[in-house]
Write a protein that binds this ligand. Structure first.
Ligand code: NAD
Length: 319
């Protein structure tokens, strides 16, 4: 059986072994695959793994041998799942490998906004503290989170993990999910409407998937419903936000700061307006990437394939 990995480099730049997959067939591994080479590289393979390489209806039409697509990620919006399902192709994702890592980066972004540890350390190494007349100095407003409200949009695995971390900082948590499970409510965590999350949160963190109804959900209208001076965090998918509307809100101060791990087009374009926005920090889609999480991802990719081959696929996505 031929197994093609279209873009293995980001998941495994060489520090993890793919050997466990070899048990299931002959592996053809590509670091990256440009869109115009996807069909030719898949060829007559039955098994395809993709991380961020799009797989479209046209690809499935042109590659009739494909029986299984393993997405090497949680978000599977790169695959036209409906077309795959139409052709009887099983598509799986990896739901939980990065839950702890992504939630951790949410707080790396938030705490950076609250303390600017990196910039203050740099100022110290540049001699500012040595020259200071006071025993301390700070260049940005410093923010305490205790008692503030942490709003979560999408109360799934990662959303719930961020709630735990916010709770540890003595924040109150308001969460919105389109399929709310009220049994998850606690003294500090309330499941509420989207309007309530927007209106009452001091910090809003996005954790819903990118779907047609979530695309652009953070726009000038939803931003207008937020508190003045809110902090916005996005570690989910860039297109959830209308970026020019976010830039306008940052520049006007309506949104105090944004911490983003994802943007509309990745790698970020040189003319992305966020690069010129006030009080915006951006990391290059690294939330998922600690070594521990990537090791789990590769192990779970192998388990997903094994389950498919055994006839009882797991982690199947259908829409
Ligand atoms: P999950 O499926 O466990 O949770 C998603 C939640 O969003 C679900 O509870 C679902 O009901 C809810 N939801 C769906 N549509 C909604 C809507 N319209 N409004 C509100 N809620 C809605 O997924 P997860 O593991 O928590 O991951 C969430 C997202 O995080 C993924 O879809 C992916 O895009 C992103 N992600 C990013 C990284 C990264 O490196 N930055 C890594 C992993 C995942």
């Amino acid at each position: 059986m031929k197994i093609v990995i279209l873009d293995g480099y980001a998941v495994n730049p060489g520090d993890i072994s793919w050997a466990a997959l070899e048990e299931y067939g002959e592996i053809v591994l590509y670091d990256n695959t440009p869109a115009d080479q996807v069909v030719q590289r898949i060829g007559d393979a039955e098994i395809v793994f993709t991380n961020k390489t799009p797989l479209t209806k046209e690809t499935f039409d042109a590659c009739p041998s494909v029986r299984y697509v393993g997405v090497l990620a949680t978000g599977y919006n790169v695959v036209d799942v409906a077309s795959a399902v139409d052709k009887g192709i099983v598509v799986t994702n990896i739901p939980s490998y990065g839950t702890a890592a992504v939630a951790q980066l949410v707080f790396a972004l938030l705490l950076e906004i609250c303390h600017h540890a990196g910039a203050h350390s740099q100022a110290v190494f540049e001699g500012r503290w040595t020259r200071s007349k006071e025993f301390c100095f700070w260049d940005y407003p410093l923010i305490e989170l205790a008692g503030k409200t942490f709003g979560i949009i999408g109360y799934g695995r990662i959303g719930r993990q961020t709630a735990k971390l916010a709770e540890a900082l003595d924040m109150k948590i308001l969460a919105y999910d389109q399929s709310p499970d009220k049994s998850l409510e606690t003294e500090n965590v309330k499941l509420v409407t989207l309007e309530e999350v927007l209106a009452q949160s001091d910090v809003i963190s996005l954790h819903c998937p990118l779907l047609p109804d979530t695309k652009g959900m953070i726009n000038k209208d939803s931003i207008a419903k937020m508190k003045d001076g809110v902090i916005l965090l996005n570690t989910s998918r860039g297109p959830l936000i209308v970026e020019q509307d976010l830039v306008d809100a940052l520049d006007s101060g309506k949104i105090f700061a944004a911490g983003l791990d994802v943007v509309s087009q990745e790698p970020i374009k040189a003319d992305n307006p966020l690069l010129g926005a006030r009080n915006c920090i951006i990391t290059p889609h690294i939330a998922w990437a600690p070594t521990e999480a990537r090791r789990r991802l590769v192990a779970l990719a192998v388990e997903n394939l094994a389950a498919f081959i055994s006839g009882s696929p797991v982690n199947v996505v259908r829409e």
